[in-house]
Design a binder for this molecule. Structure first.
Ligand SMILES: Cc1cc2nc3c(=O)[nH]c(=O)nc-3n(C[C@H](O)[C@H](O)[C@H](O)COP(=O)(O)OP(=O)(O)OC[C@H]3O[C@@H](n4cnc5c(N)ncnc54)[C@H](O)[C@@H]3O)c2cc1C
Length: 451
């Protein structure tokens, strides 16, 4: 091995699998902290679906702490809400406001998923992001235990000191981690937690031209964030793309306990028709039916909503390998919290790995580097597990609230307001700085115990 190769190996190097919200934020967090990394993404380029996403107040604060440039880029392209409130309407019968929750000044803004990802990805040097790299297996490198070799489907490999799986709800890294990291890809039994479960709900999503949306439901409803509650379904709408499009999500309950379609290309989608959405909301109010009328006439994909509530991963790490974002704790969309949880994961991982980097420096620190990496990922698991699992469970309960599973909730705006406020409060008002400080203190404690 040349001395250059020895130097390169001595320095801490992180492999990030997946260039979604979590992977990109982790990369930018490591970049801001001078920790070396490479992202491996299976798609040939940054790829996101044509739909909107809104980032909750905690997500925005996490962006600023991950890397101030992440927040600046977000604010550059985020779409302002007409009002600083999240508002719920009885979409079924009265069409009246049930409850409104303050989101903070210019809070909970939405935008196009692709726009956010592209803006963030521009901040990462091209050499640090390798595309068309579909991870298949991870092994420990021969002669260098605790250094990992990533095996991609194209036959190529790469090495790193830690592998962070940000590879989404159907994560390969989670499968490898919960089975046996060192086994070859095809010969292990996978536990239930390796697979997400169907929540008995699916959704239709579309982006409607704003002019049509305003003509159909009026400017007040179209230019800010609203949700329409009712029996066994709900609608959520908010403006994106500089107020030129209305993002619409229609969530519909399914009596079927299993997703009755084949999974295609790593996504839980199936061909759908507008009539299905029209039928589901046929007895709803004019406004709700007006929103559904904005769906396109041509074939629409319908999306099965999957999560990990029924079979949570028992832990997010094993040795120097861990999972983050949806790969660790995929959740439904109903609290708009999944993306933010991934950004919070990225924040604490970036801080902990910087801690490792500072402690081992450029000379690799011998066996200490591997031990510290393991400790860092163990601490990551300790500080993130409870909060993220809580969001997964709370999200399912929020969906029940929106779908009037409790008849009292339908009758009592106070009851609804109290419950939903408590759920959002727990997600939004979280001490991120305290989380990072606590994690770094735990890293130090682990070090002292080893001395
Ligand atoms: C309908 C809906 C609406 C939502 N709305 C919101 C919202 O408003 N706000 C919010 O915060 N959250 C929302 N969420 C949740 C949010 O979309 C997810 O939590 C978030 O996108 C997860 O990001 P991620 O980077 O962890 O995973 P992903 O976005 O799934 O990214 C994973 C990446 O890994 C790549 N990959 C996968 N496997 C491999 C492999 N083997 N090798 C290499 N690369 C691989 C994929 O190609 C992809 O680029 C919503 C979810 C849904 C379903």
């Amino acid at each position: 091995m040349s001395s250059q190769e020895t130097d390169a190996r001595a320095q801490l190097h992180i492999a990030i699998v997946g260039a979604g919200i979590t992977g990109i934020n982790l990369a930018l967090g490591l970049q801001a902290r001078n920790v070396s990394f490479t992202i491996y993404e299976r798609s040939p380029a940054i790829r996101e679906i044509g739909a909107g996403i809104g980032f909750s107040p905690n997500a925005e604060r996490a962006m600023g702490l991950v890397n101030p440039e992440v927040l600046t880029a977000f604010r550059r392209v985020a779409n302002p809400n007409g009002e600083d409130f999240f508002q719920w309407v009885d979409g079924y019968e009265t069409n009246e406001l049930i409850f409104k929750l303050y989101v903070g000044r210019n809070g909970f803004q939405g935008g196009l998923r692709s726009t956010f990802l592209e803006e963030w990805a521009k901040l990462i040097p091209a050499a640090a992001c390798q595309f068309s790299k579909h991870l298949d297996a991870i092994t420990e490198e021969d002669g260098s235990p605790h250094r990992f070799r990533l095996h991609f489907k194209d036959g190529t490999t790469a090495t790193a000191d830690a592998v962070i799986g940000c590879d989404g709800i159907r994560s390969r890294v989670r499968q490898l981690l919960l089975a046996d990291v060192s086994s070859s890809a095809d010969h292990f039994q996978l536990p239930a937690a390796a697979h997400p479960s169907y929540t008995r709900g699916f959704c239709f999503r579309t982006l409607a031209p704003m002019e049509r949306a305003i003509a159909t439901i009026g400017a007040t409803k179209a230019l800010t964030r609203f949700m329409y509650n009712g029996h066994d379904a709900h609608l959520i709408t908010y403006p994106v793309a500089n107020n030129t499009l209305l993002n619409i999500l229609a969530v519909i309950e399914d009596a079927n306990p299993v997703w009755p379609y084949q999974h295609s290309q790593g996504r839980h989608t199936a061909p759908g028709r507008k009539e299905e959405a029209v039928d589901a909301f046929a007895k709803w109010s004019d406004t709700a039916r007006g929103i559904v009328s904005l769906f396109p006439e041509e074939r629409m994909d319908k999306w099965g909503i999957f999560d990990m509530a029924e079979h949570p991963a028992p832990q997010y790490h094993r040795g120097g390998v861990c999972v983050a974002g949806d790969a660790a704790h995929a959740t439904g969309p109903h609290l708009g919290a999944g993306g933010g949880m991934g950004i919070e994961d990225a924040l604490v991982l970036a801080a902990l790995l910087e801690g490792v980097h500072k402690r081992v420096g450029q000379n690799g620190g011998g066996g200490r580097k591997a031990a510290l990496v393991e400790r860092a990922l163990e601490v990551y698991n300790e500080v993130r597990y409870e909060r993220t699992q809580d969001v997964v469970q709370s999200t399912r309960k929020a969906c029940d609230l929106f779908h009037w599973k409790d008849p009292e909730v339908r009758r009592s705006p106070e009851k609804f307001g109290k419950d939903i406020t408590a759920r959002f409060d727990k997600v939004w008002n979280y001490d991120l700085e305290g989380m990072v400080e606590g994690a770094l203190a735990k890293l130090d404690e682990g070090e002292k115990m080893r001395l």
